[in-house]
Design a protein around this ligand. Structure first.
Ligand SMILES: Cc1ncc(COP(=O)(O)O)c(C=O)c1O
Length: 385
């Protein structure tokens, strides 16, 4: 047997990758499992997106390798989108790099900037990929606490007490997954000042701006942000295109060039049809967001009822593609979600997978049709199930 690389000793398989195998096995045994755990949009992208893909794919000229930086029209559409929705000016020539989803960007950015032994500030709770990629590149993950009392925002007083001398990157993600918390422009200003003081690259991972959020903002709106901050964005949630794998990293041209130095060695451009579809999506009017959010509003009401039935509490002011809820006092997230899975055939995410500060919480997705959520509710409120 060939020995696997040492770097794999520090990471395990992604939680959903293993848990979904278990869910599939239970389904094979005949269990009617309902999955309300995962944020994979179940609705279709805009019609113009599908048409753009279809029209492009039938052209014989569409099938060659594509530019490493994406076609100019795609980058121009990203620049237009950032100007229209965030009032951020980006140079489409060199401040935008298309990605196959923002998840791959986390690896490219880490490979581009981290040496063995460098430290990385990671939100706890937060998207698990920040920590696992940090470990894969042999840097050190330094968790920073987010909690309800602080509205899930970084506590700079606490951070200043740490030895930050080896910190090179800080991952932030507002609107925040899994809690749905948002950062204000003032919060981003503080982050930029902190990053400048300690010479840290701040990366805001921003895929949830448009989901149940009245005021989408970008960290690059802060004056001088480009000196120390870049932003990941994605079409996965905004336009129901998670399976397309299309997103982007934006920011200062030198930083983007450094990321391209990694990425251009990893893949050979994005299928033209996907780029054309992405352009159509980015050019959608605001009606698209209103229609999408109207559906999520209805679903969220049902999820709140599900959480009421489970004796959980939650913040009704918070948006995003998920509902984050606090378990009844003393309950552990893993036990609670396993009970739901084995006794009620409902799969929901335990907050602990997002870090120790997620203990005592669970997360439900809004990517589930109303009638399915109604079925979950009925399973929880019918005593003989
Ligand atoms: C916080 C966060 N960042 C990044 C991603 C990955 O998104 P993408 O589909 O663009 O790779 C997700 C997906 O769930 C996420 O929740």
């Amino acid at each position: 047997m060939i020995q696997k690389a040492d770097r794999l000793n520090s990471v395990t398989e992604y939680y959903f990758s293993t848990k979904l195998r278990e869910v599939a096995a239970l389904r094979n045994e005949g269990k009617p499992i309902i999955n309300i755990a995962i944020g994979s949009p179940d609705l279709a992208p805009p019609k113009t997106v599908i048409e753009a893909l279809a029209n492009t794919s039938i052209l014989p000229t569409s099938h060659q390798y594509q530019s490493y930086q994406g076609i100019p029209e795609f980058r121009e559409s990203v620049a237009g989108f950032y100007k229209k929705h965030y009032n951020v000016a980006l140079n489409p020539v060199n401040e935008i790099l298309p990605l196959m989803g923002s998840k791959e960007g986390i690896m490219h950015i880490s490979m581009a900037f981290l040496n063995k032994g460098d430290k990385v500030l990671i939100p706890n709770p937060g998207y698990p990929t920040y920590a696992s990629v940090t470990k894969l590149v042999e840097a050190e993950a330094l968790a920073y606490n987010l909690n309800e009392a602080n509205n899930w925002l970084p506590n700079f007083e606490e951070l200043e007490k740490e030895d930050l001398s080896k910190v090179k990157i800080m991952w932030v993600n507002y609107p925040h997954m899994p809690t749905g918390a948002v950062a204000s422009k003032e919060n981003f200003k503080q982050l930029i000042a902190f990053a400048k003081k300690h010479n840290i690259l701040v990366v805001n991972d921003n895929p949830y701006s448009f989901i149940l959020n009245d005021n989408p903002i970008s960290i690059l709106e802060v004056e001088g942000a480009k000196d120390v901050a870049i932003e990941l964005n994605s079409l996965s949630k905004t336009f129901n295109m998670a399976g397309w794998r299309v997103g982007m990293v934006v920011g200062d041209s030198e930083i983007i060039k450094t990321i391209l130095q990694v990425k251009s060695n990893m893949d050979s451009g994005m299928f033209l049809g996907i780029q054309k579809g992405a352009i159509a999506a980015l050019n959608c009017s605001k009606d698209w967001f209103n229609e999408l959010n109207a559906i999520y509003v209805k679903r969220r009401k049902l999820v709140w009822q599900i959480f009421d039935a489970l004796g959980c509490t939650y913040d009704t002011e918070i948006g995003g593609l998920f509902v984050w809820a606090k378990l009844p006092e003393g309950r552990k997230a893993g036990e609670f979600t396993d009970e739901l899975l084995y006794e009620k055939d409902v799969f929901i995410t335990p907050g602990i997978i997002f870090g120790t500060n997620g203990e005592g919480y669970i997360r439900s997705s809004l990517c589930v049709a109303e009638k399915v959520l109604e079925e979950v509710l009925s399973r929880l409120t019918t005593t003989n199930n």
